[in-house]
Design a protein around this ligand. Structure first.
Ligand SMILES: Cc1cc2nc3c(=O)[nH]c(=O)nc-3n(C[C@H](O)[C@H](O)[C@H](O)COP(=O)(O)OP(=O)(O)OC[C@H]3O[C@@H](n4cnc5c(N)ncnc54)[C@H](O)[C@@H]3O)c2cc1C
Length: 480
């Protein structure tokens, strides 16, 4: 690729900020990023996810020379140890057996800490060619008088600016403004960027976050939540579907930072019907006898919680196509979908942020080949689209039961998981590891994961059917 090159990046989430660093490192002449939020640390409470960044995501950070910053913004781990604090106040710490102990080092971080780390890297390492505009929303893609595509961006006062880049990266998430604008373009076939959505029992689960103090004791004071590198699970005493829930606290890098706990339940759960902070506190006092709720949750925090609109897990989905060329032949603006704009799903496998960063790693390798821009983006899409499709397939089928909102489904899942794992240990050449363990291998392409899962499922179900038939046959003989 020769000549002056410019890229416009819509969205400053993990994909957008990492993309800005990448194109700066690649030496592009103009890199513009527009993000509608006012700053990277702007606290979107119902988006305060915890990310587990694995080697899929770390590769691009290594290339950018910032992978070691994960030690400052995250907690490194090769395993997953969790302390469960039961309603009677007893605590048990266990290595979670469904996590591969040989998994390469991953990092627990929060969205806010991760975005701040990326933005700090831009401020420290970015050249003057790279410009980041917070508080700026992409509003349209239209054409200039010569038919060249231009992106329109509006700031908070309503002032509009336009950009005419060689490449537009849609890093603006599931409801991508760029993707929507592409549907209106005369040179984009109808339906070209439709999202193809699958089905999952975790789709539609509601999600809110509650902040607890950084350290606190439980019950009579003999159990403490005081290890910032530890995950804590605090189940409620209820078993009924509309009442049952648990507080999940993941590792945090800063021991003085509040412990934010996730609450993930179905749309008709009692939690979502509570109208005031006082109602929430009373409900939690009843549900969590192991916690002194009123000393942990202030009236203000409780009020914030009930007033916050719950996030909802999306359906697993991917875009029918990942790229288009806009404008006259010979002067086309290339457009690529990256990250959640291209593929999105519930966080069952923790692959959202990793897949977004992996997109950039693949794009960087395609750019390294030195072909012209049109060929580069076409090759990227050819490589990445089947992976996005297979990734969505895997997320749909691997572990949507984990939220325990369908307890029978979770029990069946556990039976299948340990059954397959046992068979894998016995006959590794015939049965693969269960798909949830395969998904923890950052080097396995999603296509390979899919066929391994399919192959093992067919063999395992055949084995179970044969065993059941043998038992039924044996019983019939014994009874005759
Ligand atoms: C409830 C929930 C929980 C999740 N938990 C996890 C998890 O535990 N682990 C995990 O890996 N992933 C999780 N994810 C998924 C993860 O958040 C995404 O996969 C990841 O953030 C994708 O990054 P991205 O940069 O592509 O998009 P996003 O993070 O969505 O970033 C898009 C950015 O674009 C900006 N933007 C949008 N429209 C415009 C516009 N018109 N103009 C300018 N800017 C715009 C947005 O403000 C945003 O900053 C979760 C998702 C949900 C919904």
């Amino acid at each position: 690729m020769n000549g002056k090159r410019s890229v416009f990046i819509s969205g400053g989430g993990p994909a957008g900020l990492a993309a800005a660093l990448l194109f700066d490192q690649l030496g592009w002449d103009e890199i513009v990023l527009a993000e509608r939020r006012p700053s990277p640390s702007d606290f979107e409470k119902n988006k305060s996810f915890n990310y587990l960044v694995d080697r899929r995501g770390l590769r691009i950070l290594e290339r950018l020379g910032i992978a070691d910053r994960m030690y400052q913004c995250g907690v490194d781990t090769t395993n997953f140890t969790a302390t469960t604090i039961a309603p009677d106040g007893s605590a048990e710490t266990k290595v979670v057996p469904i996590i591969d102990p040989n998994r390469p080092t991953c990092f627990w971080t929060t969205r806010r800490a991760f975005l701040t780390m990326l933005y700090d890297a831009i401020k420290e390492k970015g050249s003057e060619r790279l410009k980041v505009f917070y508080g700026h929303s992409v509003s349209a893609i239209d054409r200039d008088e010569l038919g060249h595509a231009q992106v329109r961006v509006r700031d908070r006062e309503g002032t509009e600016t336009s950009f005419k880049p060689d490449l537009i990266l849609a890093c603006d998430g599931l409801n991508s403004a760029i993707r929507k604008e592409l549907e209106r373009q005369p040179d984009v076939p109808k339906g070209h960027f439709d999202m193809i959505a699958g089905d999952s029992i975790s789709t539609g689960l509601r999600y809110k976050v509650l902040n607890l103090p950084s350290q606190f004791t439980v019950g009579d004071g003999s159990v403490a939540v005081n290890d910032n590198r530890m995950s804590y699970i605090i189940p409620a005493r209820h078993k009924a579907r509309r009442k049952q829930c648990a507080l999940f606290a993941f590792p945090v890098v800063d021991p003085s930072h509040p412990r934010s706990v996730n609450l993930i339940r179905e749309a008709d759960h009692e939690l979502w019907t509570l109208k005031s902070g006082e109602e929430l506190l009373a409900w939690m006092e009843d549900a969590f006898p192991q916690l002194d709720i009123r000393s942990l949750v202030s009236d203000e925090e409780a009020e914030d919680f009930v007033n916050l609109e719950a996030g909802a897990f999306p359906a697993p989905q991917y875009a029918r196509n990942l790229h288009a060329g806009l404008g006259p032949d010979g002067a086309k603006t290339q457009v690529l979908l990256i990250g959640d704009a291209a593929h999105a799903f519930p966080p069952d496998l923790g692959l959202g942020v990793n897949a977004a960063l992996q997109d950039l790693d693949v794009l960087a390798r395609q750019i390294d080949k030195g072909e012209d821009l049109a060929a580069t983006v076409a090759n990227y899409a050819e490589e990445r689209l089947p992976e996005a499709r297979d990734l969505v397939w895997i997320v749909e089928r691997t572990f949507p039961e984990q939220y325990n909102h369908r307890p029978t489904r979770l029990k069946l899942w556990a039976l299948g998981f340990f059954g397959r794992w046992g068979m894998h240990k016995l006959l590794p050449g015939v049965f693969d590891k269960p798909a949830f363990l395969l998904s923890q291998d950052p080097d396995m392409p999603y296509g390979e994961m899919k066929w391994r899962k399919l192959r093992t499922d067919i063999r395992y179900r055949g084995l179970v059917a044969a065993m059941l038939a043998a038992i039924a046959g044996g019983t019939a003989v014994a009874l005759s």
